[in-house]
Design a protein around this ligand. Sequence first.
Ligand code: COA
Length: 366
Amino acid sequence: MTNGLTGIVAGQTSISSTNNGHLIYAGYPIEQLAKMQPNFETTMFLLWHLRLPQETELTELQQQLTHNMVLPANYLALLKQICREPEAPMSQLRTAVSLLEIISPADLTAEAIQAKVLIVITAIIRLHRGQSILTPLAKADYATNLLYLVTGKRPQPRQQLIENQVLLVHADHEFNASTFTARVTASTATDTYSCLTAAIAALKGPLHGGANEKVGLMLEELTTNKRPPVLYLKEKLKQGEKIMGFGHRIYKKSDPREKLLKKYAKELAQQTNHLDWYQTSIEIERYMWAQKHLIPNVDFYSATIYHCLGFKADEFTLLFAASRCAGWLAHIKEQRQQATLIRPSSEYIGPRHLQMMTYEANQQAK
Ligand SMILES: CC(C)(COP(=O)(O)OP(=O)(O)OC[C@H]1O[C@@H](n2cnc3c(N)ncnc32)[C@H](O)[C@@H]1OP(=O)(O)O)[C@@H](O)C(=O)NCCC(=O)NCCS
């Protein structure tokens, strides 16, 4: 028995792997993909088809995504009700994605669902900010529309590139908690919206995707109040608290996603006058390694990137979901093809009454 299935191979996948500290999407290490500077459509296509797209396929995918970035009026009315309070955006996303089933035909494609999830995420952010919901740009990639649909401004080319890289590194991660949740749900032969709703519920937790929001809040507190990070960390660790954005179940020496993101965090922090966030992060990283031998994970430097792009801490996990949705959709499809119910066994450690012991003795005697 291991705690939390550590080290247990729970199934097979062709979509991604984390062998020897590397993250590989369908045969391509993420570092190699990052060098190609792909837009997120390329990453999506790779996860869904296990090969890189041709130019025409890429254009077609982009068109399908933009075409599907619309929500019917009756759905929007419900969404506005759900988002009346500017709180708990991930809970609102979970409910909003669940509601998509009611307004969407059962046979919506992965492209259409991915597009609808993006428009829902950006709508939640706009509604919280008291702003109207925008229409996507027709000739723009997913990353551009993500930023445009929130800010109302076409991003600078460098911001677009960085957002594409952020989306790339968050897209998939083999059997992480939310993806495994999506796969367990898909294995019961239920619908895609139910699988995504379950995945969002898992991603929301602070030990998984919700960590990026906590990192944002920590950095906000430290930089606003000019608190020395070391004193803060000492206090938290003394109280037995975990420092969010540190540690990983699989990566113990370094997280390949964090390595890619760190340089963009520095670049954006310099450009946008938020070097205090970056410098505080560096101090935290040094202390955590010196004291605990813990490494920053994907959620650590992504927080500074999102902050510099103008997002608030409680919006960070929504941005994670806008990317990971592509991975979930790939795994849901693969799980359906495997057509096996995921149903492990457990070791019983509960009370043993006399009746139970008598029953077991009788069984053994047979
Ligand atoms: C991600 C995480 C759940 C991985 O956990 P894991 O491999 O199961 O490791 P454990 O939680 O069992 O931790 C092992 C030890 O390291 C400590 N530890 C792990 N992460 C820590 C953190 N972020 N801060 C402080 N201590 C931490 C644990 O307290 C534990 O110490 P102990 O052996 O003295 O009890 C864990 O590192 C964590 O909770 N990190 C913070 C949340 C986070 O950033 N999540 C995003 C992951 S991408």
